[in-house]
Design a protein around this ligand. Structure first.
Ligand SMILES: CC(C)(COP(=O)(O)OP(=O)(O)OC[C@H]1O[C@@H](n2cnc3c(N)ncnc32)[C@H](O)[C@@H]1OP(=O)(O)O)[C@@H](O)C(=O)NCCC(=O)NCCS
Length: 176
């Protein structure tokens, strides 16, 4: 199992992109699926952090955050259906948040449908707290929960001095 953050630093193959699009359409059909151009934009734009988890060379999950100054917003996280309930989302999200923290990001926000109990459980497990409810927020009139996590990953919280003299963190994949 390998996790990559800052995917744009690596050679994204056509198959990688196909894997990502498949996972997205499996999980968000009828909600909000993105096409190839959308993903290429997010993967290559410096205002986003795009992380993936690979098994046997295939991408089986991805997550994406928008980054602005010291804050971030988790836009999407999804795991390929056959690989759900194995702890992969938790692993991917923890390492994604650690990468954000290394970049100096202090907070992660997100919005989630009040009916998406799996995702809410995942976020609570990681430590996100509910901060408000947005009534009838989605097009189908579902309410949204807004959640927040202070990024205080042990040893990385409030770095007074960048660990690597301000140079971007090393883009070494995490091997598990
Ligand atoms: C939400 C999602 C990313 C979880 O992925 P996953 O790899 O199955 O999650 P994990 O196995 O890492 O589980 C992490 C935690 O999520 C919660 N969870 C996962 N599956 C669950 C289920 N079927 N029922 C209840 N809670 C569940 C649990 O709290 C779990 O922790 P635990 O196993 O210690 O109890 C996955 O279900 C998914 O891709 N859903 C569709 C896309 C989506 O809704 N994304 C979120 C909004 S962008």
């Amino acid at each position: 199992m390998v996790i990559f953050s800052n995917l744009n630093q690596f050679n994204l193959t056509k198959i990688d992109l196909e894997n990502i699009i498949e996972i997205d359409s499996q999980n968000f059909k009828g909600l909000s699926i993105w096409d190839k151009e959308d993903f290429l934009y997010y993967i290559t734009n410096k205002n986003y952090l795009f992380s993936v988890i690979k098994k046997d060379g295939c991408i089986v999950g991805f997550c994406l955050s928008f980054i602005s100054s010291f804050e971030s917003e988790l836009y999407k996280i999804a795991i390929k259906k056959d690989f759900q309930n194995l702890g992969l989302a938790k692993l991917l999200l923890i390492l994604h948040l650690a990468c954000l923290n290394l970049k100096g990001i202090k907070v992660s926000y997100l919005e989630v449908s009040i009916n998406n109990y799996k995702a809410i459980n995942l976020y609570k497990k990681i430590g996100y707290k509910e901060i408000k409810k947005r009534e009838k927020y989605y097009y189908n009139k579902e309410d949204a929960l807004v959640m927040k996590l202070e990024l205080r990953i042990r040893g990385l919280s409030n770095p007074q001095k960048p660990l690597n003299n301000g140079i971007s963190p090393p883009h070494t994949p995490f091997k598990i």
